[in-house]
Design a protein around this ligand. Sequence first.
Ligand code: GUN
Length: 285
Amino acid sequence: MARIIDGKKIALGIRQGLKTEVEQLTQERGVVPGLAVVLVGANPASQVYVRMKKKACEEVGIASFSHELPVDTTELTLLALVEQLNQDSKVHGILVQLPLPKQISEQKVIEAISPAKDVDGFHPYSSGQLMTGGPGFWPCTPWGVMELLRVEGVDPSGKTAVVIGRSNIVGKPVALMLLAAHATVTICHSRTPDLPKVVRGADIVIAAVGRPRMVKGDWIKEGAIVIDVGTNRLDDGSLCGDVDFDAASKHAAAISPSPGGVGPMTIAMLVKNTVESAKASSAIS
Ligand code: GUN
């Protein structure tokens, strides 16, 4: 049976380390890291995520500045708020929760955030830096995946990695991160022929498609490492991942569950990006 990769525990360890860093930053340099969290409308899932992010920040000593706007907020109003937050020296990170209502262009809003405060890592500058190996914020979910591998002692170098899903938020960036870690990477999607065969060739499988239990147990090579990024709500209200966990556990060497795997890591890495941003803003030059 596979070892279970406990994302909850690993994320807790990261947050504890960050708490100490924040205490030092505050005592030694008088800097309190600040995260602005912007929520437009009342999407129930977004409300839950935003609450969890604010709570995680407050627990490590980061100030969180909440901006809850009505669902009919105009693009101009939101862009003006982002600009105000860009100028605010108490704010080191800006998080605009997605999705946004349809009258607002997500791309325009993402591009309005100063890359120096782009703790979500969604700005094209940040993506470009990730692609070319320059300094910049890494998006939180794929970075959380890489941290799970690192803490588990899985070095992607020389291994084959298959990423299922090609989203801008997870699939594409995690593929770039694995490539930078010297894996041989295949990105699969809905038009990939014979997906089970491709997955069977992988030492590392990253599932990020958003389809409940789509990845079957017999797709997993004996001894592979499986990271399940999916969080899908079933009709009975329960949550499950993109991987058939029980069946895949019979073949994998290690597997992350969902929930309790990548989800907590996303939040931990957001906290880490915010602390790094605050440190950079107060760096002695
Ligand atoms: N919506 C779903 N995931 C995310 C995320 O990581 N950041 C933001 N801003 N919105 C999201």
